[in-house]
Design a binder for this molecule. Structure first.
Ligand code: ZN
Length: 301
């Protein structure tokens, strides 16, 4: 890709660090007075980037937008309309690049692309798994594990659901590589390869191996019509949780609709997904993958 000068790169990173610092403190501390006014709506949880920090790179924006962004959108196979909107937004101000840089400052596993074409190493196992013991949410059985950050975010979301009279129930969470091996082999045996590939991931290709995913409720289509299913669809992204396999996107994600499968990606990334990618996690993760592969702003892969 066309390289962006080192000086500008350093400048942008400094600006991103400022923004990251302010947004982290913002997303870390829930505002209880806003929450009180919340009435079950998303306002209290909605992440908003800091407008002052954005201003820092205002003057540089134009030069960032050489044709490299267009190429990366193409590599990531982002639909034309979304690409056009992103290019237009990026041409008008620094918000797109700043929002992206904030996402890139976070835990890389929050944004890592794990799909049919991209696997985690068999050896990958998160080091900070904790057992879900229930709290504001129910658990289907003992021994469900999640990474610490996701467990906290689950409790936060479940507490808000509970305040709205809805109980979320975690039915499945972390799955190690070897477990997925067993599940996939069983599905192939019972339903044949084609169906197995539509409904379950091959080992290494499951988001569950990240320790950042929860399957809620009944783990079938009936979940969408429950109170919990409707609540979480409307509210999850405000808490950093993202529906991985939405209805009508099988060709994009590779999987049929799974109304129960949510991945914790953090508020910065759900904001990015909702603002620029129509709420479709797969598009945003594919874009970020292509961006990082192209070397991002440094131009050096
Ligand atoms: Zn799942």
């Amino acid at each position: 890709m066309a390289a962006i000068s080192i000086g500008r790169y350093i400048f942008l990173i400094c600006a991103a660090l400022i923004l990251s610092y302010t947004s982290c403190s913002k997303s870390g501390a829930r505002n209880s007075s806003m929450e009180d006014q919340n009435d079950g709506q998303q306002t209290a949880q909605t992440y908003r980037p800091d407008p002052v920090a954005r201003y820092v790179i205002e003057e540089d924006t134009e030069q960032i937008l050489d044709d490299s962004l267009g190429h990366i959108l193409g590599d990531a196979e982002i639909p034309e309309q979304l690409s056009w909107n992103i290019l237009r937004t990026a041409a008008q101000g620094p918000s797109f690049i700043m929002d992206l840089l904030v996402v890139l400052q976070g835990d890389p596993y929050l944004r890592v692309l794990v799909d049919k074409g991209h696997a985690l190493p068999a050896s990958y196992e998160p080091q900070d798994l904790v057992e879900l013991t229930g709290g504001s949410y129910a658990v289907s059985r003992r021994g469900l594990l999640l990474r610490g950050s996701a467990a906290l975010a689950l409790e936060e979301m479940a507490a808000a659901a509970k305040a709205d009279g809805v109980t979320l129930a975690a039915s499945s969470a972390y799955r190690p590589y070897t477990y997925q091996e067993t599940v996939y082999a069983r599905n192939v045996r019972e339903s044949g390869q084609e169906t197995a590939d539509r409904e379950s991931a091959r080992p290494g290709h499951s988001q569950h191996q990240l320790g950042l995913v929860v399957d809620f409720g009944s783990i079938d289509d009936s979940f969408a019509e429950t109170k919990a299913g409707r609540w979480i669809l409307a509210n999850a992204s405000g808490f950093g949780w993202s529906l991985s396999f939405p209805n009508g996107y099988e060709e994009v994600t590779g999987y049929r609709w799974e109304s129960w499968h949510y991945r914790y990606v953090g508020r910065e990334l759900t904001y990015f997904i909702d603002t620029y990618f129509d709420g479709i996690q797969q598009y945003a993760l594919r874009f970020i993958y292509a961006w990082e592969k192209a070397g991002g702003l440094s131009g050096s892969p």
